[in-house]
Ligand binder design. Structure first.
Ligand code: GLN
Length: 291
């Protein structure tokens, strides 16, 4: 019988996933195999000739089959990397995207220029990736993160605990600012959000791995993708300190519209739109006072 080694498995998976039109087939193959073998990706390369036992092959085969159906690898292995941190994910939350790392970077820069402890509110937290990455990098700050879905908050809770941030990140269930109603202190230095922003028309054109597997409520922002931004703009005033800032991730066509929405509130001295690494408008920052 043929002996399956790590090297042979990677070659086979790469070919198979390539034939099935899966994105990043080699990386996907490595992530699935290292998950099944419970090792680091790099260790696959130092162990190329290691035979893989039947039980693991069985497990791998099942995952490769789902991967070939375009189920995202992050869901298959239950985690992904975000801002150099391991973030657990499941199908109740969006898989953190590299674009969102830029929002985290800006939030961290902004907070480091502030007296601590600063207070941060993360709306539509999903996996909790933004809240966790910010709290991990600005350990003095206090973060409150809200999400509509209980199920989603339970994965966020796993992430908060896994990173030892139970004292720094508080998770509350409800729509946007609603869960803050009962709190004593409800105005924040920084409010961040990556709300759903995909338009109805774009929802139809999303890749299979997104459309068929990721939660629609985390993606779909209404006909023009701006529903949640409108509600944030309407409600944000009382929750933002006089020298506070609002930072939002946006879809790449939404810069002018989100800027206009925020300017129309007359709350902000300065609204800027910043591009991501692909030169797409991606982050809107609205400061109540100029720096
Ligand atoms: N960036 C995500 C996508 O491309 C959308 C994230 C969001 O709607 N907040 O699918």
């Amino acid at each position: 019988m043929e002996q399956w080694t790590i090297g042979k498995l990677l070659t086979w998976m790469n070919g198979y996933l390539t034939d099935k039109g899966v994105d990043a087939p080699r990386l996907s193959a490595e992530l699935l195999l290292s998950h099944v073998l419970n090792c680091k990706r790099i260790e696959l390369y130092t162990d190329f000739d290691r035979p893989v036992e039947a039980a693991r092959l069985e497990q791998l085969r099942a995952l490769v089959k789902r991967c070939a159906e375009h189920e995202p690898v992050a869901y298959l292995v239950g985690r992904c990397e975000f801002y150099s941190l391991e973030i657990r994910v499941n199908r109740s939350c969006l898989i953190p995207r590299p674009e969102t790392e830029l929002l985290v970077e800006r939030a961290i820069d902004w907070l480091r220029r502030r007296p601590q402890p600063a207070s941060v509110l993360d709306l539509c937290t999903g996996s909790g990736c933004i809240a966790v990455a910010v709290a991990k990098n600005v350990p003095e700050c206090c973060v409150i993160a809200t999400d509509l879905s209980d199920q989603t908050l339970s994965i966020a809770d796993e992430n908060v605990k896994a990173h030892g941030l139970g004292e720094h990140v508080r998770l509350l269930c409800g729509d946007l600012f609603d869960p803050l109603a009962g709190l004593d202190e409800k105005s924040f230095d920084l409010i961040v959000a990556n709300p759903p922003y995909v338009t109805s028309a774009e929802m139809e054109t999303l890749d299979r791995n997104v459309k068929d597997y990721e939660p629609t409520p985390a993606l779909h922002g209404g006909v023009d993708g701006l529903d949640v931004y409108r509600r944030i703009a309407d409600q944000v005033g009382p929750f933002l300190k006089a020298n506070g800032a609002l930072m939002l991730e946006i879809g790449y066509t939404q810069g002018p519209a989100v800027r206009a929405l925020l300017e129309a509130t007359a709350l902000f001295a300065e609204v800027t739109v910043e591009k991501d690494h692909a030169s797409h408008d991606r982050i809107v920052t609205a400061n109540r006072q100029t720096a």
